[in-house]
Design a protein around this ligand. Sequence first.
Ligand SMILES: *Cc1c(COP(=O)(O)O)cnc(C)c1O
Length: 379
Amino acid sequence: MSDKKILLCLAHMSGQEMKYIQEAFDTNWVVPLGPNVDAFEVDLEHLCGEGKHVVVLSSGTAAIHLALVNLGVSRGDEVICQSMTFSASANPITYQGATPVFVDSERDSWNMDPNLLEEAIKDRIAKTGRKPKAIIPVYLYGMPARIDDIMEIAHRYEIPVVEDSAEAFGSRYRGRLCGTFGKFGIMSFNGNKMITTSGGGALICSDEASKKKTMFYATQSREPMPYYLHKEIGYNYRMSNICAGIGRGQMTVLEEHLAHHRHLCDRYVELLGNAEGIMVHTNPDERYDSNYWLNTILVEPDKAGVDYDAIRQHLQDCNIESRPLWKPMHTQPVFSGAPAYVNGVSEELFAKGLCLPSGPCVSDEDVERVCREILACCK
Ligand SMILES: *Cc1c(COP(=O)(O)O)cnc(C)c1O
């Protein structure tokens, strides 16, 4: 246990963050609005490209929630959500009193299976007489989904798409930034994500009106009157000017962070690629351009001679953090009553997968140590 601890994914500061935080203090903008908030939104709009409008918020979860509020999701509605994900994708559906309908993944991207999505839409219409109110695909560990196919189906049934790109900051599909395909896209700047604001998120909107409405909801739905007049339920979801300062600093190293995450993926492939029964998850073809937020492997126990959990425990004994993949939502006790359209893929991924240390705080030597221990375990 004398070796240094290697953690899954740590925040990494550029050195620029303090400058923006200092500015906030010097000008006394220690509130949930101010110059850093405005400038961080401009930075993000620049990244998203033409026609997109961004609102920075207190978390990615708040961003999903406000996307659903914008779409009028309410009691009795159904919202389709990828099953293989973190619970934050699905929780906001229930905040609105709506029911999540879970759809399983396809093997290449590990994300929403478009065929199963269409089957689910047809079956929900047949069973309830109503269309689902929204579709939430997710970009697991940064890997793009088959978003063209998902968008085609969504257009045909006229159901808006909310892309959960919390893990896919900077990932692209056919050169286009993940989060900019649907009516709404969400970003997360939690401590362990691609970039951090210590905690925070953003909603990518397709028009100026949605941005204005989102800012209205995020600041307690206050009507433009000298006194406090409210006609709708509001939320306190705006990002603070301090957090936005951290975000501005982080944006200065985004390209370096992306390059490092992708470099580590190449190293994992190089060192584990020939190991029997170990598969490093990589871009299925040239349309996909993952940020490799977390590098992931699948372990075939009959070929590797061990299962993923034996590897996880061995790594833990060697002072290396790893983590099982997300446990599918349709297998979570809290969502046991929700309809689900499954094909076995997400449950198999959960039974075989492991997330490995990634990000700017992980060095080439660290990856060598991780891989050496994984291979030692397999023999
Ligand atoms: C992190 C995450 C979120 C939520 O983001 P927070 O900023 O932590 O609220 C949502 N969906 C997925 C898939 C995530 O990984």
